[in-house]
Design a protein around this ligand. Structure first.
Ligand code: NAP
Length: 242
């Protein structure tokens, strides 16, 4: 049985990896989930273990409810508790709406929004029994502001904000806090092929892209450091959508 455990979906690379490392540094055992890149997951596990905590990677598709249920059950059986959940796994399938087919729409809604329903459900049952827990849903500034070519992604990320606020109201009495982070442009594999980054800097008061560590610091604040913050959407975007 773990003393305190954090579960980070999509924790093998990018923002999820930085969150996993930050929570390990704070003394949490960490379970990461990933979709297919086992090499990256193994590398991340080694880096987490360097903080002297337990770490394990579970490969499953967060958009498949059966797979989620099976794997969360294994995690609970092995570790006995889940103190922090970061619903972070996500993808983009950008296109102008007029060209966007149902496959692109469904892939993004399933992976970015339905996944939070699938993963949170069994995890919240555990947190309710513990009478404690903290959840962070990884939204996006485009869930607040919208974006050309991202109707699917913006809808999913806006959905996560409504989901966050509703769960915060439902679960507060059980001492479970639920917040969202809305990152701006963060340097990861997801954004490495973006064109016009120089043009974007005109709109970012801090004049740089964010780092995964910028987001991880906010995750640690919302999960580990704060005790009276719930239902909030923290924009970590260098001032992009002030
Ligand atoms: P990333 O570098 O592309 O990493 C994505 C992670 O999610 C990987 O660990 C990947 O696993 C995992 N993943 C993808 N689909 C999955 C699935 N179906 N099941 C399980 N795991 C899956 O992405 P990122 O930039 O770190 O983004 C992380 C989160 O932040 C996403 O929700 C994204 O929408 C959000 N976000 C990012 C930015 C940004 O500028 N980067 C801005 C706003 C919001 P594999 O390694 O196995 O592929």
């Amino acid at each position: 049985m773990s003393e305190k455990l954090a579960l980070v979906t999509g924790g093998s690379r990018g923002i999820g990896k930085a969150c996993a490392l930050k929570l390990a540094q704070a003394g949490y055992d960490v379970v990461i989930n990933y979709a297919g890149n086992t090499e990256a997951a193994n590398q991340t596990i080694e880096e987490i273990k360097a903080f002297g905590v337990e770490a394990e990677a579970f490969k499953f598709d967060v958009s498949n409810q059966e797979s989620v249920d099976e794997n969360i059950a294994k995690i609970v059986e092995k570790y006995g508790r889940i103190d922090i959940l970061v619903n972070n796994a996500g993808i983009t399938r950008d296109d102008l709406f007029i060209r966007m087919d149902a496959d692109k729409w469904n892939a993004v809604i399933n992976t970015n929004l339905n996944s939070a329903f699938y993963v949170s459900k069994p995890v919240i049952k555990v947190m309710m029994k513990q009478r404690s827990g903290a959840i962070v849903n990884m939204s996006s500034v485009v869930g607040v502001s919208g974006n050309i070519g991202q109707a699917n992604y913006s809808a999913a990320k806006a959905g996560l904000i409504g989901f966050t606020k509703s769960l915060a109201k439902e679960l507060g009495s059980r001492n479970i806090r639920v917040n969202a982070i809305a990152p701006g442009f963060i340097a990861t594999d997801m954004t490495k092929d973006l064109a016009n980054t120089e043009e974007m800097m005109k709109f970012i008061p801090l004049k740089r892209m964010g780092t995964p560590e910028d987001i991880a610091a906010a995750v640690k604040f919302l999960t580990v450091d704060s005790t009276y913050v719930t239902g909030q959407v923290l924009e970590v975007d260098g001032g992009l959508i002030i």
